[in-house]
Design a binder for this molecule. Structure first.
Ligand code: NAG
Length: 158
């Protein structure tokens, strides 16, 4: 699924680059439509979302920082996720106006990779041989991109 999403977002990045070229750079508008248009699709997942609300309600309570009110800890994690995700995606959309879509795809892939490592370290999820494979692919890809490993013809500097 991640692989499919990665290819899709890469294609979407190119599409967005073309759109910016045609109509000018409007990262806030792009951010809005990118997130508002798919909202109705979440109705298909309504049952699943409801089940997760029940699960979240039943998670262990945790004191809210500063205020001290007890809140089920999954809701806190969700709030943290939404906040950091907002900061992140907003920055990505600004980045799309400043860099090529290849750079943006690389940054987004690295970001996913860092989240994965964080989830493994913080939530103590298992690190399997597939994770090692993915890790090496990310590193090789990054090294090729930064031209530390030269691949193919170098462009001539004019
Ligand atoms: C979750 O808890 C809140 C607050 O106690 C309550 O209003 C809500 O109905 C609960 N939701 C579910 C799906 O149990």
């Amino acid at each position: 699924m991640l692989l499919f999403a990665l290819f899709m977002s890469a294609r979407m990045g190119i599409f967005q680059e073309q759109l910016y070229g045609l109509y000018g750079k409007h990262p806030k508008e792009a951010l809005f439509y990118n997130h508002a248009l798919p909202l109705p699709a979440f109705l298909l997942l309504a049952g699943d979302i409801y089940r997760h609300c029940v699960l979240f309600n039943n998670s262990a309570p945790m004191a809210l920082p500063l205020v001290g009110v007890m809140v089920p800890k999954m809701w806190l994690y969700l709030a943290g996720n939404i906040l950091t995700q907002y900061v992140c995606i907003r920055s990505v959309f600004i980045l799309t106006t400043e860099c090529s879509s290849l750079t943006v795809t690389l940054v987004v892939t690295l970001r996913k990779f860092v989240s994965l490592i964080f989830s493994i370290l913080y939530f103590k999820n298992p690190f399997t041989v597939y994770h090692w494979m993915g890790t090496s692919l990310v590193f090789i890809g990054t090294l090729i991109f930064t031209e530390i490993i030269p691949l193919g013809k170098k462009q001539k500097v004019q």
